[in-house]
Write a protein that binds this ligand. Structure first.
Ligand code: 5GP
Ligand code: MG
Length: 176
């Protein structure tokens, strides 16, 4: 059976970059002279991370973790797998976790507790997109880009089956 899909632009690239600039301003203000370690959650966060760090006016370090919860589905599997860990110790570091999107909160919830166990001095959460209707874990987001409706979105780093990460707009993907 052929799968038909349609796209609808939710946010344009200029609407997105306006909010990334605001988030960068907030982090710059809060972390003046503190050299935070930004930990990006792969793969989805790499576009947001690249834009964000170039707007931060502070010394900083960057690392990535690879986490998988969805596989190739559009619905959360409820299981979080850590596929690739951090490249160096985070003990005593001021960590900012950078995530593309929070849906149920399961992924970041797991990640934040693991990072807490690794001895970070402080941990904050920076999320580009938050789904409005949350069904699971309450996660305190310190820096938020934009909220999105409870639909599956692609673009700005977010994929469907590995595709569409390079779209500069955020699109709602409907499969029928
Ligand atoms: P959660 O664990 O909060 O339910 O889901 C978080 C992860 O699922 C995100 O890091 C992201 O990789 C993926 N995800 C959640 N919602 C969407 C969505 O609308 N589009 C895409 N492409 N990925 C999503
Ligand atoms: Mg993700």
């Amino acid at each position: 059976m052929k799968v038909h899909s349609s796209f609808e632009t939710l946010y344009t690239s200029s609407e997105i970059s306006e909010q990334v600039s605001r988030v960068a301003f907030e982090i710059t203000r809060d972390y003046e002279d503190r050299c935070p370690l930004l930990i990006g959650v792969l793969k989805g966060s790499f576009v947001f991370m690249a834009d964000l760090i170039r707007l931060l006016n502070i010394p900083l370090e960057v690392d990535f973790v690879k986490v998988e919860s969805y596989g190739s589905s559009t619905i959360s599997s409820g299981v979080v797998n850590f596929i690739q860990g951090l490249s160096s110790s985070i003990e005593g570091k001021e960590v900012i976790v950078v995530e593309d999107i929070v849906d149920t909160g399961l992924t970041v919830n797991h990640l934040l507790s693991s990072i807490r166990d690794m001895g970070a001095a402080s941990i904050r959460l920076c999320v580009m997109f938050e789904k409005q209707l949350k069904r699971g874990f309450l996660v305190p987001i310190d820096y938020l880009g934009m909220t999105v409706p409870d639909k599956f979105v692609v673009g700005y780093g977010l994929d469907y089956k590995g595709q569409y990460r390079g779209l500069s707009n955020l699109q709602i993907l409907e499969l029928h």
